[in-house]
Design a binder for this molecule. Structure first.
Ligand code: ZN
Length: 59
């Protein structure tokens, strides 16, 4: 089982994709990317929910 997220689903126009076997690691990578590329240094509950709702589990 892998977890996949297309950042563009959360941040329209972004082409970054993330895929890891660890859901927490995925969120960590997205947080790092959001800070570096989108200037989002604070992951609010709203942002976290938006991201989590778009994580796709890949068999
Ligand atoms: Zn992005």
């Amino acid at each position: 089982m892998k977890f996949s997220l297309a950042c563009g689903d959360v941040m329209p126009g972004c082409v970054s994709r993330f895929e890891t076997g660890d859901r927490d690691l995925l969120l960590q990578q997205v947080a790092t990317h959001a800070a570096a590329d989108h200037g989002i240094t604070e992951i609010t509950p709203e942002v976290l929910q938006a991201v989590e709702s778009r994580i796709v589990a890949v068999a």
